[in-house]
Design a protein around this ligand. Structure first.
Ligand code: PBG
Length: 330
């Protein structure tokens, strides 16, 4: 006895499949992470991130124009800070002529309508590779939050549209929001890394920025006192709800693929846009498998990106953004 209902009818050919497809990927979904370095004419491939580069400001200009022409309209800036400018408090982060501040202006000059988000965190500026100021071997919360608020103002002054604190200190969203309001930056948004896990998938990113925690006595070896334990689920909701109460415009789950259960829970629990960061290690895994001929790069990339959106991502930060845009523009 055959069933009356045959689900395969809706899968007969590509026309019917595309008619009933629930999740469609477009360049509008993406936030493109960009790594910026000092120098001229620099386009440095990151060894653990094949086909991903650090750009000096002159070449950053061409890159953002190309992204714009592909329909990619938002970027997330990260800077690689020279070693001699690093210290415990990250004071270079407040330099109005610092690399980040110049990078913001470079993008806005090259492409005035490009949405510019900036990474707000100490680690690229920290001599110890941590997202917080260290006192007596401890990452101190409140002084770090105050510093991040100053950093946010500096980015807003340089022209950033959104600041994106990626540090996981408690209370930093409120501290940043109040500081921005106080200085008149009422339209500068905050995308909060609200559920950011202490993940081993960040390795290639730390290579890209030379920002891994240092191996020294009295310096914490990892980020587990501020980033979340990956065994936890309820905590992600708590963190995210707090950030929204404190003034976050967009919240984020990070990393992506291993955390899609969390993405769906958060999407169901909150009413602000949810971003997902598909991180460097996720990018590196697929590139490596594809290089070996073990996986079909484009097919797996689209499957992963679609899964992230299907799980509930309104915004996807991904190193695959340009590859995806090129593929779907074909
Ligand atoms: C640090 C920061 C990290 C990433 C973004 N901001 C790494 C870390 O927390 O050590 C990781 C992004 C990636 O792996 O792609 N503030």
């Amino acid at each position: 006895m055959y069933p009356l209902k045959r689900n395969r009818r809706l899968r007969t050919n590509e026309a019917i499949r595309s008619l009933v497809r629930e999740t469609i990927i477009s360049p509008n979904d993406f936030l493109v992470p960009l790594f910026v370095v000092e120098g001229k004419g620099v386009k440095d491939e990151i060894p653990s991130m094949p086909n991903y580069f650090r750009y000096s400001l002159d070449l950053l200009e061409n890159e953002v124009k190309e992204l714009w022409s592909l329909g990619l309209k938002s970027v997330l800036l990260f800077v690689k800070v020279p070693d001699n400018l690093k210290d415990n408090k990250g004071k270079e982060a407040l330099n109005p002529y610092g690399l980040m501040q110049r990078a913001i202006k470079t993008v806005k000059n090259a492409c005035p309508e490009m949405l510019v988000m900036t990474d707000v965190a100490l680690d690229p500026y920290s001599a110890y590779g941590h997202d917080g100021i260290i006192e007596n071997g401890i990452i101190v919360n409140d002084p770090t939050a105050d510093f991040l608020a100053e950093m946010s103002i500096s980015h807003a002054q340089a022209g950033a549209d959104f600041v994106a604190p990626s540090d996981m200190m408690d209370g930093r969203i409120l501290t940043i929001r109040e500081a921005l309001e106080d200085k008149g930056f009422i339209n500068t948004g905050i995308m909060s890394y609200s559920a950011k896990y202490a993940s081993a998938f960040y390795g290639p990113f730390r290579d890209a920025l030379d920002s891994a925690p240092v191996d020294m006595v009295d310096i914490p070896k990892d980020k587990k006192t501020y980033q979340m334990d990956y065994a936890n689920r309820f905590e992600a909701i708590r963190e995210t709800e707090m950030d929204i109460d404190e003034g976050a415009d967009i919240v984020m789950v990070k990393p992506g693929l291993c955390y899609l259960d969390i993405v769906r829970e958060i999407k169901n629990a909150v009413d602000v846009p949810v971003a997902v960061y598909q991180v460097s290690g996720e990018y590196a895994m697929l590139k490596a498998a594809a290089e070996k001929g073990w996986l079909d790069h484009d097919a797996v990339m689209m499957e992963q990106i679609t899964a992230i959106k299907r799980a509930g991502a309104d915004v996807i930060a991904s190193y695959f953004a340009k590859d995806v845009a090129i593929l779907i523009n074909k």
